[in-house]
Write a protein that binds this ligand. Structure first.
Ligand code: ZN
Length: 297
């Protein structure tokens, strides 16, 4: 079995307010809402998915809406940055766009590239970087996530075992590249921060990051790898749009291995993705009760 993943499948974060979240990601950043559903484990709360037109693996930024949580406390053991890829040459247009929308941003060099750094309404750290794919100026999908760790060595070992390879260094940061890299979502950055406090989960935090499995056999191989290394992976869970295995990496970040199949068109056509509230079959019989609990978007 070939272990190397193509890179990131999706990133799931925690947000407070669905309407503000939708305004920011759909209306201001121009991402498509590709699925409106509920958290399958907490069906009284929304789970919103944004992505490219089809919400292809490597493009899906998703949010649990848990308004009762306190703001996240930044620190080690979490993802400290979610970086999105935009087409080559489009960063100046993005700087104008963010400015016009009163979204404060900074421009900084990282790994010898220009990045625009900004935050979402809950304080989630985001960046944009140019990649030679895509057209126009729209967000293509993920570029990378950054894991902030006191000691990155055990996390690095795990990622290397998952097929990642050393790619670049920039001060306290090391960039790894997927062994079978997709055109986007192929990088993981490890930020070494030995003196940082521990983080606390909350609004604006990334809840977990998911890596792509090409199919069920690939997922099983990665699950075996996690088990062999003592990371206590979950059984395979049916997430309706993909099948998932979860485990916590040694630095504290929750990892998921998600299959590329079946994707977001499993329960609605491509043209109308994200318009209706979709529930997986086990929850459909409780639709009235679930809808009554959800705030309007
Ligand atoms: Zn997930």
């Amino acid at each position: 079995m070939n272990l190397p993943t193509q890179g990131l499948h999706h990133v799931t974060a925690i947000a407070s307010d669905g309407s503000a979240n939708l305004r920011f990601y759909r209306d201001r950043l121009g991402m498509r809402l590709v699925k409106k559903t509920v958290n399958f484990d907490v069906p009284g709360s929304y789970h919103l998915y944004y992505g490219n037109n089809a919400g292809d693996p490597g493009t899906a930024l998703t949010f649990f809406l848990w308004p009762d949580l306190p703001p996240a406390r930044p620190g080690v053991g979490v993802t400290s940055l979610t970086r999105l890829a935009v087409p080559a040459g489009s960063l100046p247009a993005w700087a104008e766009r963010l400015g016009a929308q009163q979204i404060p941003f900074t421009r900084e060099r990282r790994f010898d590239e220009d990045n625009l750094f900004f935050s979402d309404p809950d304080g989630m750290a985001l960046a944009l970087v140019e990649r030679p794919v895509g057209e126009d100026t729209g967000i293509i999908g993920f570029d990378s996530t950054e894991l902030r760790l006191r000691n990155p060595a055990p996390t690095r070992d795990l990622l290397l075992a998952m097929g990642y390879q050393p790619h670049a260094r920039d001060g306290k940061r090391e960039r790894l590249i997927a062994g079978n890299p997709a055109p986007h979502g192929q990088f993981i950055d490890l930020l070494t921060d030995p003196d940082a406090p521990g983080s606390r989960q909350g609004l604006g935090a990334v809840h977990h990051i998911a890596f792509r499995a090409a199919d069920d056999a690939h997922q099983a191989a990665l699950q075996d790898l996690a088990e062999t290394r003592g990371h206590l992976p979950s059984p395979v869970m049916d997430r309706h749009y993909f099948r998932s295995v979860y485990f916590r990496e040694p630095g504290g970040v929750l990892f998921e291995i998600a299959t590329d199949q079946p994707g977001f068109t499993v329960d609605e056509p491509l043209e109308t993705l994200g318009q209706a509230l979709k529930l997986p079959p086990p929850l459909e019989s409780r639709r009235a009760e679930i809808e009554a609990k959800l705030p309007p978007l």
